[in-house]
Design a protein around this ligand. Structure first.
Ligand code: ACM
Length: 516
């Protein structure tokens, strides 16, 4: 009886370990008795169709490859099973018995996510609790935005972040590559974009509204085309797509600093040293549209992602109102307002990208000037842009500042580092539902997923970016992956301890979550 009780307790502990270890929380977990003990004779037998999962495990666990790709004793076996009964290629079934670990992915991505779950189940004694996990994502778009434009993020720091986001089963990394304060991607046809536009002479100290002066230190950096290719390949090996963003027609000052003919006033500008919405925007001359399409053509060569982001947000119309050329252009095109001119500009980019087999993504302002249904809308000013877009038949990514702006404060403590403002604590992120209740089931299917934003005005270093990202991105990853009915914040907090261990061992500067 005593032995039985001990066995029962051990089984319950192992069951609890399996249930609580994997984040995002899987769709279904069946815990079983016993453990798989990994040791120096454990081998990896991997389907050649799953090289990413195989590389992840052989790299993390230093497993030897088996002579055959068939399952064997004391082995971690990875296969791709296209007929697997899960709804997406990102789905997998992970079965752990005392003799072996079996990872079956519906596609290579599923195998990779099964391997990520296995790594989370493994304890420090190299034991994996026996379990069957059936898992697949709720949404196809599980993204994070990095903003190397405001403060440059060196390539190595981007690669480190990709590893962390991939471990959370996120699959889109949106790179905001251009803005008023810096142009961060090499464009061969227009080398001055980075020769001049990647460097600002100094940076506003503190908040714009406080007018505390400037730090007096030059700030710069950019990614060469080889760097972008390396980032794209590194991310692809982890099933993360890079979404490049070239901002237009606003947030343009870094480009206008060396190409004033793209602007409206002819004024000699410098790369912007302050924060906030800026009146210096691109003009809508044919030559400017061509210039920006040439830029996009080079970006398309670097990124195989079918989605390309063109910004479209925060465009003050002051300069277009005052510009005889812009007014003449509106007249020539039969447009009644500057908002319609904005719509015309975005439609031209949409047609350009569509012709090349790509799809335009823009912030929710693109709805205001009228845009074709081919455009995907990123809803950032709350949910309302996303609701309107879904009703109009656009695909939508929900990125509302209310829940997904990780440049906002995560705690009210005075010891928090300076942030842009707002308040988006961990629990608020966790409570977010990317499908607004206002939508019908049919409209709700337009929601591709969700994305967290790390705008970097107040993130001068990669360490600060990490602090703002973790653990909030982990909560968003669970929102994006786990079925709504399986959401459980208390359980998430327990599982978060596993990620905290991971971040400690990898030198990730996360914000510790206090015990509840
Ligand atoms: C944005 O935050 N301006 C998209």
């Amino acid at each position: 009886m005593r032995t039985f009780c001990i066995l029962m307790i051990a089984a319950m502990c192992v069951a609890a370990a399996a249930e609580t270890a994997v984040t995002p929380r899987p769709v279904a977990v069946t815990s079983r008795q016993g453990v798989f003990q990994m040791d120096s004779s454990t081998v990896l037998a991997a389907d050649p169709r799953a090289p990413q999962a195989s590389r992840l495990l052989s790299h993390q666990l230093a497993l030897k490859s088996a002579d055959s790709i068939k399952a064997c004793g004391n082995c971690v076996h990875i296969t791709v099973v296209p007929g697997l009964a899960v709804p997406s290629d990102e789905g997998y079934i992970l079965e752990v018995t005392p003799n072996s670990v079996e990872i079956r992915g519906k596609g290579p991505a599923g195998a990779y996510y099964g391997a990520q779950s296995l790594l989370q189940l493994l304890n420090s004694a190299k034991q994996v609790p026996c379990v069957r996990i059936e898992d697949y994502p709720r949404f196809q778009w599980r993204g994070m935005l990095l903003d190397p434009a405001r403060h440059f993020i060196p390539k190595q720091a981007v690669l480190k972040l990709i590893d962390e986001f991939a471990a959370q089963k996120m699959n889109v990394l949106h790179l905001h590559l251009t803005d008023d304060q810096g142009w961060r991607v090499e464009i061969r046809k227009y080398p001055r974009l980075t020769e001049v536009g990647s460097m600002r002479k100094e940076t506003r100290a503190g908040h714009e509204r406080e007018a505390k002066g400037f730090d007096g230190k030059p700030h710069g950096g950019f990614y060469s085309q080889a760097d972008i290719r390396e980032i794209v390949a590194y991310a692809a090996d982890r099933f993360v797509s890079i979404l490049p963003e070239i901002e237009m027609p606003g947030h343009a000052q870094a480009a206008l600093a060396e190409y004033p003919e793209l602007g409206n006033t002819g004024e000699k500008l410098e790369v912007f040293t302050r924060w906030g919405v800026n009146k210096n925007v691109f003009n809508v001359n044919e030559s400017t549209i061509l210039f920006l399409q040439n830029v996009l053509d080079e970006v398309l060569m670097l990124s195989p992602n079918k989605f390309i982001h063109v910004g479209g947000d925060e465009v003050p119309f002051d300069q277009w109102k005052a510009s005889p050329a812009a007014q003449a252009r509106m007249k020539e095109l039969g447009l009644k307002s500057e908002a319609e001119l904005h719509g015309y500009f975005i439609r031209r980019m949409d047609q350009f990208l569509t012709k090349r087999g790509r799809r335009l993504v823009g912030w929710d302002e693109i709805l205001e000037g009228g845009v074709d249904r081919s455009a995907t809308v990123m809803s950032w000013r709350g949910n309302k842009g996303g609701i309107a877009a879904a009703r109009l038949g656009h695909d939508v990514v929900m990125a509302p500042n209310s829940h997904t702006y990780f440049d906002y404060y995560q705690a009210k403590s005075p010891s928090e580092p300076l942030a842009i403002g707002g308040f988006v604590p961990l629990e608020k992120v966790y409570e977010f539902d990317p499908v607004p209740p206002e939508l019908t089931a049919e409209e709700g299917r337009r929601i591709l997923g969700t994305q967290g934003q790390l705008w970097s005005e107040y993130m001068p270093t990669p360490e600060r970016v990490e602090y703002m990202a973790f653990p909030r991105s982990t909560a968003l990853a669970e929102v994006a992956w786990t079925p709504k009915a399986r959401a459980d914040y208390a359980d998430f907090l327990r599982r978060l301890r596993g990620f905290e261990q991971r971040w400690k061992s990898r030198g990730v500067n996360f914000r510790p979550t206090p015990a509840q």
